[in-house]
Ligand binder design. Structure first.
Ligand code: PFF
Length: 451
């Protein structure tokens, strides 16, 4: 067995976990879902899901991973031999999730390249940007090549090993990301007419809320915090014994939520300012939101391609630290469960990712007619992982840690064997036993129209 890696510093635990959490989910997925589902009202429900489900579950996953020092499958099974299925479930979710995640990551890479070479400035109206994006994403080869490139970049970072690759990378890139985001947000709020956008994003209109909206907000909370598929379990297995799980979980949750919020502050004021959304109309968004809105905004600025290149670089950074973490779930599984050397485990997951990402990418073009339940592979992978697999994974983890594991388990992990205060542990246990399962079940039943 190869020696197991570890993250060295305290800060590293926060940064690598935040690197996983902060990604396309915050910058690409959150704003388009919010735009489609009532703006401020979606934001409120999302925040409730983060608080009531996200925080207890991130602590539960950290506890499972750090206590066993194993990846998702091995960790659950070591704690109880009947519960290894949660880990397998996570590996499956990781595969499907990466299928569409790599495709969107590839788009960001392509938009970065097009900004650097100036091609993006050839268009001027939002309609032209929309048409250009439609042409690009439905083409066969170009999006595919960019998705493959992204897979290979992820592969080579992981090949550097846990400490050299993942940790070093996150330590440099995450702070850079926060700085760029902040600059963009300030710029956006200062654009003329930005107030309408702020109002749309921040003023809740609860009449726009339905059972489906709530399901989407819950799915987005799981997706954004990287919980429900063993990713935080796998990362916590590299934490050291002194890592304060409570503080780390809270910091990661806050950073992640702050980035999603800031992305909203960047996108909505700017979209209203350049007239992509109009006051009083329900904005049309969808997955193309950032690829149409942002280039159109940048185009109205001096040095437009510089802004655009910086912004897409930022999204690439965010996506990369997330793809690394998801890829790692699969690679750690092959390495630990099948005793396959890390190098080969990494290659096998990479080849698997090529297959699913290819399917997802082509499903927007030549394979558009191949549909399951009326959804393309791309939409199916997105919908099923976020709204079904991750919440079910989270539900199982809350039942496992809340009911199956003995009380001392959470106590031990959250207090570092008594060295930290344990006042909050009974509350966390109560949340895991009752609140999390009931909320997830209620949202599922409601969206199926049963309650
Ligand atoms: N949290 C990432 C994002 O918001 O983009 C995506 C993600 C990473 C989901 C890892 C799930 C996961 F396990």
């Amino acid at each position: 067995m190869e020696k197991r890696g570890n993250f060295a510093g305290k800060l590293s635990a926060v940064l690598v976990a935040a690197g996983s959490a902060v990604g396309l989910g915050n910058i690409w997925r959150f704003p388009s879902l919010a735009a489609d589902n009532g703006g401020g009202a979606f934001l409120v429900i999302y925040l409730l899901c983060v608080l009531l489900l996200g925080v207890p579950l991130i602590w539960a996953e950290f506890s499972v991973g750090r206590s066993t020092q194993l990846g998702a499958v091995g960790a659950y099974r070591k704690l109880n031999k009947h519960w290894g299925f949660i880990g397998y479930f996570g590996v499956l979710a990781a595969f499907l999730l990466l299928g569409f995640y790599y495709v969107v990551s590839g788009w960001t890479l392509e938009y970065f390249v097009e900004s650097v070479n100036g091609n993006l400035s050839n268009y001027s109206t939002p309609e032209q940007y929309r048409a250009a994006f439609e042409n690009f994403k439905t083409a066969t080869w170009k999006p595919l090549l960019f998705a493959w490139a992204f897979i290979l970049i992820t592969h080579f970072v992981i090949a550097q090993g846990v400490q050299k690759g993942i940790e070093k990378f996150s330590n440099i890139l995450m702070p850079l990301l926060f700085v760029i985001l902040l600059v963009m947000a300030i710029h956006s709020v200062l654009m003329p007419g930005s107030g309408e956008g702020l109002k749309f994003f921040l003023k809740p209109d609860f009449s726009a809320i339905s059972g489906r909206t709530v399901l989407m907000a819950m799915g987005q909370a799981f997706f954004s915090l990287s919980i429900g598929m063993g990713c935080m379990v796998t990362y916590a297995s590299y934490f050291n014994r002194d890592t304060n799980l409570k503080a780390t979980g809270l910091q990661v949750t806050m950073l992640d939520t702050l980035v999603a919020f800031t992305a909203g502050i960047i996108i909505f004021p700017a979209a209203f300012s350049v007239g992509i959304f109009n006051a009083g109309e329900a904005p049309m968004a969808g997955p193309e939101l950032i690829f149409i809105t942002l280039p159109a905004i940048f185009n109205s600025l001096p040095l437009s391609m510089l802004w655009s290149a910086i912004f897409f670089l930022l999204i690439i950074v965010a996506a990369l630290t997330s793809t690394i973490s998801i890829h790692e779930v699969v690679a750690a599984y092959l390495n630990e469960e099948w005793q396959i050397k890390r190098r080969w485990a990494n290659w096998i997951s990479t080849v698997g990712m090529f297959v699913v990402a290819t399917l997802a990418s082509l499903s927007l073009g030549v394979l558009n007619d191949c549909r399951i339940f009326g959804l393309t592979f791309f939409d199916l992978f997105d919908y099923v992982t976020a709204n079904l697999l991750l919440p079910v994974g989270g539900l199982c983890t809350s039942i496992f840690v809340g009911w199956v594991m003995e009380k001392a388990f959470l106590d031990r992990e959250l207090t570092n064997e008594g060295r930290l205060s344990g006042k909050i542990v009974p509350v966390v246990r109560f949340m895991l036993r009752w609140i999390c399962p009931l909320i997830v079940l209620a949202i599922f039943l409601d969206s199926l129209g049963i309650i």
